[in-house]
Write a new protein. Structure first.
Length: 238
């Protein structure tokens, strides 16, 4: 295995999902946003940044849409994803190992349908990783709304203290070996892995929360696509 004194940075984009909540015949990552496929915009944020050694795109088996985009690049690689997100990310990590990624290299996992990541957020993550994140880091937003706990009839029964609550985003960045082992442990123990940080937390790590942006939305429902379009229009007019 190829190793270096300075850990490198790699990216895994899990793109094997179908996005049923978008109510579209196309997987959400292939829908058009401001004249370009969402997946292309997502990839460009990393492929246009010279600090990344490579980007691993984990696709659904027999994906009929990817090759039609015609996206190529020396640092862009593809592998086959799995049934669930955790399986897809794990496949991406294994594929990075086959490329020569070292166990202590950093791996950035980013949602395929989160296309509005900005360069300043990437730079903020790099700064935190250099200085104050031995267990990794993830973009997140402090919760500002009042939170309610509901009963089974959707009636409010309590107000939840929001002072220590954050909304997780991506990218989420961890050492390759630590993340792979954490995912395996969570799967073995039957723990629900809602994001990579949840697996790392279960394994005893404490990743750093880095404040992100409201703009860095994940496109999950039709209204999210409209919101992303509005962000892009505002950016053009500013």
């Amino acid at each position: 295995m190829l190793t270096t004194n300075t850990p490198r940075h790699w990216v895994v984009i899990p793109a094997a999902g179908v996005g049923s909540r978008m109510q579209s015949s196309l997987p959400k990552q292939y829908l058009s946003l401001h004249g370009a496929p969402i997946l292309q915009i997502t990839l460009d944020a990393f492929l246009h940044h010279s600090a990344f050694a490579g980007v691993m795109l984990a696709l659904a088996p027999n994906d009929p849409y990817w090759e039609k985009l015609g996206i190529t690049g020396e640092r862009l690689h593809c592998c086959e994803g799995g049934r669930e997100r955790v399986d897809t990310v794990f496949s991406g990590l294994q594929a990075l190992r086959e490329l020569g990624a070292a166990e202590d290299d950093w791996v950035w996992v980013h949602d395929a349908a989160r296309p509005l990541l900005q360069g300043r957020e990437i730079e903020r993550m790099f700064e935190v990783l250099r200085n104050d994140a031995p267990d990794g880091a993830l973009l997140a937003l402090p919760v500002v709304d009042t939170l309610k706990r509901a009963d089974q009839n959707a009636c409010s029964v309590a107000t939840v203290d929001r002072n220590e609550l954050w909304r997780a985003q991506t990218p989420q960045v961890f050492r390759l070996d630590a993340l792979a082992n954490a995912l395996k442990q969570a799967l073995r123990d039957g723990i629900a892995v809602t994001d990579e940080a949840s697996a790392m937390e279960y394994a005893g790590f404490h990743p750093r929360l880095v404040e992100g942006s409201e703009r860095n939305i994940k496109i999950t429902r039709p209204q999210d696509l409209s919101a992303a379009e509005a962000f892009l229009r505002d950016n053009e007019n500013s």
